[in-house]
Design a binder for this molecule. Structure first.
Ligand code: ADP
Length: 684
């Protein structure tokens, strides 16, 4: 009764029409006859209750936390990832949005008990993936442990079919399991650059295979700094068989280089079969060409991901000591069996006129971290390995939503130094407060179990690692001028922000969330969560919150979105409001906007209302890496390009992202796929 009295139906009015439509189509629980079992406010309460229930385990009063969580989500200030909204307090109980599961080089563990390299075989992975799709989650895999096509299979004296054919199996799996009709499945497939089948992988969704093959996969080439150096210099590399050199996927960084070079000398000595010798520069060009043609493959840098994580999660098996993959959209690099428990702060709620309400923002970040930490305890996974891995690292992924709205309301163009500097200030604030919140939780509930052996103990902060890497790039030929330009832009932007950064810093000091204080506490008291920050695409959450998604610019002012629930004609309310407020919406402008989704380039409001395809890729990348600095898991972002962008543009964007420390990169050239989710303009 107490909680029923808390329900505030007037908060339904915070939802936009498309927000309500989204909730009705997939989120609100229905009875068997299809009628609704809950209203939005009941839904928010169900989520708050399902999550706050974990507090009982720690001897806390759950009601107090139900109320606080309800207030947070029902005002659309913070939204957890979709499965938490779908499944909280239901029989399914799976609250995580995504996972990485390993695909070892064998069909199944059952028939390979004496093989140490077979802990979780291909069919073991397929079975688990099926259960996760059913719950509405996405799955990422590294296929690079599989022996190449044409290699021997001892048990049958046969020939191996290679990673690509097994990827097709997982692709079909998604077609068959429709996620209870709630959403299309999402997968990430990766392959190491040194794998003998890499060329087939690079072109597996391109040319005549575009729009045909692997449609339920995003694909990314797993790169590292070693490969990039070879590619920039146009040097030759050997493609190697993971079956013959298992250390290739069980090491990263310097250890990997040692392993790779040892394996190459074995090849040269004729001890293992020569697979192929290729020019790294040519391999790079193939990647660029395919990405230009179809958007695939993206890149993912294993060095950055492993560098920024503070613990080693090998609780399920000692075999898994390296992060080799990410979830479907790339925002969470995970050890095998770990999951992403995502949630995002809707930044539009903390803008007051021309300033940012740091106090409320900090309070809500603290609450959001607690919420996500509770999700870990409330979660019911379909496999005990998932439970073990997740309870060991207790990683969460706090992100943001509505970044473009914030910039528009502050009159700051997305492609400006000021926007880049503001991103640095805001995300720096979010990340530091999140670590402070996690330290406070560690005091109350204990640090994450792997903390004693983690780098947090020795004064580690993920963003410092980022800065160190970027400064090293200042000495790398071919990219140093790019890095200098970026640092100049950042400095310029800070100059234009005036006193705003100081205000944020003052408040951080008050919260004891300066770097020095965080290092001191994280290394002595501990932190509750092994990883904290991740920038997700916010596909559905942005619709529910009625804001521009994640850190993306305005996609278009008027557009059509094709979803599994139907076609939505949408207008960007932030942009329309801005145009109205500044009396800049005449007939001519309106018809141009309806036709193309954009403002005429000579329009007074054009600079602050530029859309994704009008913003140069350099600015897209600058924005992405600024957020990447503050993330310990990853950033999902699309580097949009107009349809007439060239291969040289893609080449430049991929290289720039690497130089500036991105976890990965994905480009999309307008109309380069037959079917796209969003089209600009609603007429014509
Ligand atoms: P939300 O629906 O909560 O807004 P996001 O768009 O931020 O989710 O995506 C977060 C992650 O959730 C993705 O990286 C992916 O792993 C998973 N995900 C998103 N959409 C789907 C889908 N249709 N099927 C399975 N997993 C998905």
């Amino acid at each position: 009764d107490e909680l029923m009295n808390k329900l505030d139906p007037s908060r339904d009015l915070l939802l936009t029409y498309n927000g309500v439509r989204t909730l009705m189509s997939r989120y609100l629980m229905k009875r068997l006859d299809g009628s609704f079992f809950e209203t939005p406010q009941y839904m928010w309460m169900r989520i708050a209750m399902g999550v706050a229930y974990s507090e009982v385990k720690y001897g806390n009063d759950p009601i107090k936390w139900v109320e606080k969580f309800y207030d947070l989500v029902s005002q659309l200030k913070f939204l957890p990832n979709s499965p938490t909204m779908f499944n909280a307090l239901t029989k399914l109980g799976e609250l995580s949005a995504c996972f990485v599961i390993p695909v070892d080089d064998c069909l199944s563990k059952d028939s390979n008990r004496d093989n140490p390299n077979c802990f979780f075989g291909i069919m073991d992975a397929a079975k688990l993936a099926a259960l996760l799709f059913q719950a509405g989650a996405g799955v990422g895999y590294q296929f690079g442990e599989l022996r190449p096509e044409g290699d021997v299979v001892k048990s049958t004296s046969g020939v191996a079919s290679g990673p690509l054919s097994f990827m097709r199996l997982f692709d079909t799996l998604v077609d068959v399991i429709k996620q209870g009709g709630k959403r299309r499945g999402a997968q990430m497939g990766m392959l190491f650059w040194w794998h003998p089948d890499i060329e087939k992988f690079i072109t597996s969704k391109t040319g005549r295979l575009k729009d045909v093959q692997l449609q339920n996969f995003n694909i990314s080439v797993t790169i590292d700094d070693y490969f990039m150096t070879k590619a920039l210099r146009g040097e030759d590399v050997y493609l190697l068989n993971p079956r013959e050199c298992t250390c290739l996927y069980q090491t990263w960084g310097q250890e990997f280089i040692k392993c790779y070079e040892e394996c190459v000398s074995k090849v040269k000595a004729g001890l293992v079969k020569v697979w192929r010798r290729v020019n790294a520069g040519e391999l790079w060009s193939k990647i660029v060409e395919s990405a230009w043609d179809s958007g695939d493959p993206g890149l993912w840098n294993r060095d950055v991901a492993n560098m920024k994580i503070e613990y080693v999660n090998d609780v399920v098996s000692e075999k898994y000591r390296v992060i080799n993959g990410t979830n479907p959209c790339g925002e969470v690099a995970l050890y095998p069996f770990e999951s992403c428990n995502l949630g995002s702060i809707n930044l539009t709620k903390y803008i007051n006129g021309n300033s940012i309400d740091w106090v409320s923002l900090a309070n809500d970040i603290m609450l959001a971290v607690r919420f996500l930490d509770d999700v870990i305890d409330s979660n019911q996974h379909p496999h005990e390995y998932l439970d073990r891995a997740n309870k060991a690292s207790r990683r969460i992924g706090l992100g943001i939503n509505g970044w473009a709205d914030v910039l528009v309301s502050l009159d700051i163009p997305y492609d400006s130094p000021k926007a880049i500097a503001l991103a640095d200030v805001v995300m720096g604030f979010v990340a530091r407060v999140a670590v402070r919140a996690s330290v406070e939780l560690a005091k109350e509930k204990g640090p994450f179990p792997l903390w004693p052996s983690s780098k947090w103990r020795s004064g580690f902060l993920p963003w410092r690692v980022h800065d160190e890497r970027v400064s090293k790039m200042l000495e790398v030929k071919g990219v140093s001028s790019d890095v200098e330009e970026y640092l100049e832009i950042l400095k310029l932007g800070y100059g234009e922000l005036g006193g705003l950064p100081n205000k944020a810093e003052e408040y951080l000091a008050k919260l004891r969330a300066t770097d020095d204080e965080l290092i001191k506490d994280a290394s002595t008291v501990g932190v509750r969560n092994g990883a904290l920050i991740s920038i997700a695409p916010e596909g559905s959450r942005s619709l529910i919150a009625g804001v521009n998604s994640s850190i993306e610019p305005i996609f278009a002012i008027a557009y059509v979105r094709n979803l599994s629930i139907g076609k939505l004609i949408e207008y960007n309310y932030t942009a329309l409001r801005k145009l109205k407020d500044s009396n800049a919406l005449d007939n001519e402008t309106t018809s141009k906007v309806l036709e193309s989704g954009m403002l005429p380039s000579n329009h007074v409001m054009h600079p602050v209302l530029k859309t994704a395809n009008e913003i140069h890729w350099r600015w897209h990348v600058f924005m992405q890496v600024t957020f990447a600095k503050w993330s310990d898991s990853g950033v999902s972002k699309t580097i949009n390009m107009p349809s007439n962008a060239t291969k040289e543009d893609v080449n430049g964007a991929y290289r720039l992202a690497w130089a500036l420390g991105a976890f990965g990169i994905t480009v999309y050239r307008d109309k380069s796929k037959a079917v796209q989710v969003i089209y600009t303009g609603v007429e014509g």
